[in-house]
Design a protein around this ligand. Structure first.
Ligand SMILES: NC(=O)N[C@@H](CC(=O)O)C(=O)O
Ligand SMILES: [Zn+2]
Ligand SMILES: [Zn+2]
Length: 433
């Protein structure tokens, strides 16, 4: 089976044809012609490697009313993703080989993206004792990223032991950095605005204190640490310091923290309630600069679907979290590309290459992700119309939930097609399954 993608602009550069055969890129060049190949006209479209998300909540098992592996996979493919890491805060929690294998199999069955399960660090995310990390690593799901996301591994001795265990598995602990004693009852970013709105604040220091502690622990035991959804200027400074000292730390920022601020809380619309909270203009500026510089390695969505009854309620009772998969690339185009902070290669690096490397998905086999657009590599790629602009309509999303913070906002860039190992999962902007 061969497909010829004609006139695409790899990494936004000169137009070329891309020939796909047997799941791999067979050739990239001018005026390729292959009798019998399916032709996809990509004139004017930017071709990028398939995106890799380090941080997706798929809600299955347990909250299939909010999202399933299948609906989340469809949302991911429509967003240009070919692999997503499925967070462990499901019900039951993904803290055993059995649960991670179940999620991995559901991903295979849906067949729209590679669903890579994240394993919980502690049993039940309770922060008391370590889960069966080795069994999850050795399972069919081959877990390499471990996280209690939703909760912080707050006990420093337990965090140290987790780092030591996961190091032996060539894995990484992805920390949700939130000192719980500093965020009791927290509703939004702590500052002038939280005081005025009468909502309990979530201070920047609650995030920064854990990141500072964890980079010291990671340095001490020589382990890899990944920091989830970095949201403050101070966190970027700590990461810059740690990296300059050679600490093996990586970090991600979400699209919403690159675009939105605590001003969104003014209308008390819980769609903007999220952990960590939306911060200030100065934080957004520091996050964009940190991502451009590479101190922040990756964009990760923290796609967090919630059912209507959990979200459309009074602010204080609403669950934190917002959708991200279908608009992530558009938000990065708006905040990083159109502002001149990253070029297309930079976007590919932060949304595909580096996240794949952090999750150890960047091997040499056909199952690899985050590989460059080059002959011989797996044909995981997306085609984007960079000039298209559209207003986000939550009713049109593939996600089973509707809690998009971008509703009614005009964003640039439309994913026209996505290919997973040469098979189109999205064509003409429509999911193929
Ligand atoms: N980001 C959120 O506000 N919520 C996430 C959990 C998390 O990422 O901490 C969720 O699972 O809903
Ligand atoms: Zn989190
Ligand atoms: Zn999360």
């Amino acid at each position: 089976m061969s497909t010829l993608i004609t006139g695409a602009r790899p990494y936004g550069e000169d137009a070329a044809d891309i020939l796909v055969e047997d799941g791999r890129i067979a050739a990239i060049g001018a005026s390729l012609s292959v009798p019998g190949a399916d032709v996809v006209d990509a004139a004017g479209l930017v071709a990028l490697p398939g995106l890799v998300d380090l941080h997706t909540h798929l809600r299955e098992p347990g909250r299939e009313d909010a999202e399933t592996v299948e609906t989340g996979s469809r949302a991911a493919a429509l967003g240009g993703y070919t692999a997503v890491h499925a967070m462990a805060n499901t019900d039951p929690v993904a803290d055993t080989a059995g649960v991670v294998e179940q999620v991995w199999r559901l991903g295979q069955e849906a067949g729209l993206v590679d669903v890579v399960p994240v394993g919980a660090v502690t049993v039940g995310l309770r922060g008391e004792r370590l889960a069966e990390l080795g069994a999850m690593a050795d399972s069919a799901a081959r877990v390499r990223v471990f996280s209690d996301d939703g909760h912080c591994v707050a006990d420093p001795a337990l965090m140290r032991r987790a780092l030591e265990y996961v190091k032996a598995l060539d894995g990484v602990v992805a920390q949700h950095a939130e000192e719980p004693r500093l965020t009791v009852g927290a509703q939004m970013h702590e500052g002038d605005r939280s005081a005025r709105l009468g909502l309990t604040g979530w201070p920047a220091a609650a995030e920064e204190a854990i990141i500072a502690r964890d980079v010291l622990l990671a340095d001490h035991v020589g382990a890899r640490l990944h920091v989830c959804h970095v949201s403050t200027a101070g966190s970027v400074e700590i990461l810059r310091w740690a990296k300059s000292r050679g600490v093996q730390v990586t970090a991600e920022v979400t699209p919403h923290h690159l675009l939105l601020t605590d001003e969104c809380a003014e209308g008390y619309d819980p769609v903007f309630k999220v952990n960590p909270p939306l911060r200030t203009d100065a934080d957004v500026e520091a996050l964009r600069a940190g991502l451009a510089e590479g101190v922040i390695d990756a964009v990760a969505t923290d796609h967090a679907p919630h059912a209507v009854e959990d979200k459309e309620t009074e602010w204080a009772h609403a669950r934190p979290g917002m959708l991200g998969l279908e608009q992530a690339l558009s938000v990065v185009v708006a905040t990083m590309l159109e502002t001149g902070r990253l070029d297309w290669r930079g976007v590919a690096d932060r949304m595909s290459t580096r996240p794949a490397a952090i999750g150890r998905l960047d091997g040499r086999g056909l199952e690899a992700h985050g590989r460059p657009l080059a002959p011989g590599e797996p044909a995981n790629l997306l085609l984007l119309d960079p000039g298209a602009r559209a207003v986000v309509d939550p009713a049109a999303l593939a996600s089973r939930s509707r809690n998009s913070p971008y509703a009614g906002r005009e964003l640039p860039g439309r994913v026209v097609a996505t290919f997973l190992r040469g098979v189109p999962t999205v064509l003409d902007g429509k999911a193929q399954k």
